[in-house]
Design a binder for this molecule. Structure first.
Ligand SMILES: Nc1ncnc2c1ncn2[C@@H]1O[C@H](COP(=O)(O)OP(=O)(O)O)[C@@H](O)[C@H]1O
Ligand SMILES: Nc1ccn([C@@H]2O[C@H](COP(=O)(O)O)[C@@H](O)[C@H]2O)c(=O)n1
Length: 211
C-alpha cells in the first residue's frame, strides 16, 4: 500500500438492504490489496461467557450490542499503517469465535454495518458516508432467505425477531442515521450505476494520493 493515510468509507443501511453485496461489488472492481472491508457485525460484544439461551435474548440491533471501542481502536491502528487482529463472528452461536484473523492495512477501508453511522466517533474517522436505502418489505424477504440459508435460523425465529426487535430498532436507531450520509443508494446489490459512481470516486481519490 502507499504511504498515504487510508481512505475510510462507511456503508450503513437496514438489515438486508444490500450493504454486503454492494461493498463486495465495489471491492471486486479493485486489486486485492486495495480495499479492506471491516464488518461491524464482527465487533458484536463477546458473549462466550454467557449460556446459549441467554445469547438468544440479546438485542443485536441496539447500539450497545457492539464493541465500538475495539472497532475504533482497530480503525485507528489501520490508519496508522498497523495490522489488526480482526475478530471472527459466528451467527449460529451468537458470539465471537476464539480465533482472530490478522489483517493488514490497505489504501481503502470500508466499514459496513447497520449502525456504522450511529457512533459520532466513527463518523469522525470517515471520508465518505453511504446509506443503502431499501424498502422494508424487500429487506425482510431477503433477510428471511439469507438467515435460514446462511445463519442457521428458522422461519419462525426470523419473523419473531424482526417484528419484536429488528423493526423497532431500525426505526429508532438505523433509519435516523441516513441524515449523515453523503450518498444514499436505493436497492443495494444490483444498483450498477451507484456501484460505478462509488468505484469512480474511490479511483479518483487513489489517483490523487498517488501523485
Ligand atoms: N438486488 C438484490 N436482489 C436480490 N437479492 C439480493 C439483492 N441484494 C442483496 N440480495 C440478497 O439479500 C440478502 C441480503 O443482502 P446483503 O447484501 O447481505 O444485505 P445486508 O448486508 O445489508 O444485510 C443476501 O442473501 C443477498 O444475496
Ligand atoms: N447473533 C446475531 C447477530 C446479529 N444478528 C442480526 O444481524 C443483523 C445485522 O446484519 P445484516 O447483515 O443483516 O446487516 C441485525 O439486524 C441483527 O438482528 C442476529 O440475528 N444474530
Amino acid at each position: 500500500m502507499s504511504n498515504h493515510k487510508p481512505v475510510v468509507i462507511g456503508v450503513a443501511g437496514g438489515t438486508g438492504s444490500g450493504k454486503t453485496s454492494i461493498t463486495r461489488s465495489i471491492s471486486q472492481r479493485f486489486a486485492d490489496k486495495t480495499i479492506l472491508v471491516i464488518e461491524q457485525d464482527y465487533y458484536y460484544k463477546d458473549q462466550s461467557h454467557l449460556p446459549f439461551e441467554e445469547r438468544l435474548r440479546t438485542n443485536y440491533d441496539h447500539p450497545l450490542a457492539f464493541d465500538n471501542d475495539l472497532l475504533i481502536q482497530h480503525v485507528n491502528d489501520l490508519l496508522n499503517h498497523k495490522s489488526i487482529e480482526k475478530p471472527v463472528y459466528d451467527y449460529a452461536l451468537h458470539t465471537r469465535s476464539n480465533e482472530t484473523v490478522e489483517v493488514e492495512p490497505k489504501d481503502v477501508i470500508i466499514l459496513e454495518g447497520i449502525l456504522i453511522l450511529e457512533d459520532p466517533r466513527l463518523l469522525e474517522l470517515m471520508d465518505i458516508k453511504v446509506f443503502v436505502d431499501t424498502d422494508a418489505d424487500v429487506r425482510i424477504i431477503r433477510r428471511l432467505l439469507r438467515d435460514i440459508k446462511e445463519r442457521g435460523r428458522t422461519i419462525d425465529s426470523v419473523i419473531d425477531q424482526y417484528i419484536n426487535v429488528v423493526r423497532p430498532m431500525h426505526l429508532q436507531f438505523v433509519e435516523p442515521t441516513k441524515r449523515y450520509a453523503d450518498i444514499i443508494i436505493p436497492e443495494g446489490g444490483q444498483n450498477h450505476v451507484a456501484i460505478d459512481i462509488m468505484a469512480t470516486k474511490i479511483q479518483t481519490i487513489l489517483n490523487r494520493k498517488a501523485i
